[in-house]
Design a protein around this ligand. Structure first.
Ligand SMILES: *[C@@H]1O[C@H](CO)[C@@H](O)[C@H](O)[C@H]1NC(C)=O
Ligand SMILES: *[C@@H]1O[C@H](CO)[C@@H](O)[C@H](O)[C@H]1NC(C)=O
Ligand SMILES: *[C@@H]1O[C@H](CO)[C@@H](O)[C@H](O)[C@H]1NC(C)=O
Length: 184
């Protein structure tokens, strides 16, 4: 008898759990988030300024590579300015904040995980998230845009990265980024 009551109680609890599980999610009208509009394609171009040494480094090595013959295993954290022009002194439009990590054993290839955080005009406060593979010695590297915030909510697309300047000794690199982003 007690066993039967226990089984019944368990079943009631299960039904209650299923009912409340449905409460945290609902289908809603896409209009409420402006998704009924046609997607826009925005092209952004800026220069990623990475500086590992000097007086004001914008990136720090968190973990050195596992061997001297590759960059595999290295982890670097960046807060790199994004500028309007190739010159480091040109206007800053935002920051690239994130990590690049040596992810290839037999070539120079990084895993890039970064947010472009924009600081100007209508893009101020909006971000684009990039997650991709960056073989820095290739002329053009393509990486996916996996999302965004603010103006770039629901973003998808890709970026093309082209190195403009690389000074190993000074620890400086300037990379042109062309971003092609679909968003609402
Ligand atoms: C890398 O090179 C440095 C100096 O040239 C040396 O001290 C170090 O042991 C090397 N590390 C490895 C993992 O081979
Ligand atoms: C940038 O500005 C610094 C001083 O503010 C100057 O020393 C440097 O030459 C400038 N670099 C370029 C590329 O204009
Ligand atoms: C960007 O937004 C921040 C926070 O709202 C504000 O403090 C800043 O002045 C804005 N910058 C520009 C260039 O509009």
């Amino acid at each position: 008898m007690t066993k039967l009551i226990l089984i019944l109680a368990a079943q009631i609890l299960l039904v209650a759990a299923i009912a409340s599980a449905g409460d945290f999610a609902r289908t809603m009208n896409q209009k409420h988030l402006g998704l009924h509009k046609k997607e826009k394609l925005t092209h952004l171009r800026f220069y990623w300024q990475d500086s590992l040494k000097g007086r004001h480094p914008s990136a720090v090595i968190i973990q050195q590579p596992v061997s001297n013959s590759s960059t595999f295993g290295s982890v670097t954290m960046m807060d790199d300015p994004l500028t309007l022009d190739v010159s480091r002194n040109s206007s800053v439009v935002g920051q690239a904040q994130g990590i690049y990590a040596g992810a290839a054993q037999r070539e120079i290839g990084y895993l890039m995980v970064m947010n472009f955080a924009f600081k100007t005009g209508k893009y101020n406060g909006s971000t684009i998230a990039v997650l991709g593979r960056n073989t820095v010695l290739s002329k053009v590297r393509e990486m996916p845009v996996v999302g965004g915030s603010g103006v770039f909510r629901f973003a998808r697309g890709y970026v093309e990265a082209r190195t403009k300047l690389f000074d190993f000794k000074a620890g400086d690199a300037t990379v042109e980024y062309n971003c092609y982003v679909l968003h609402y």
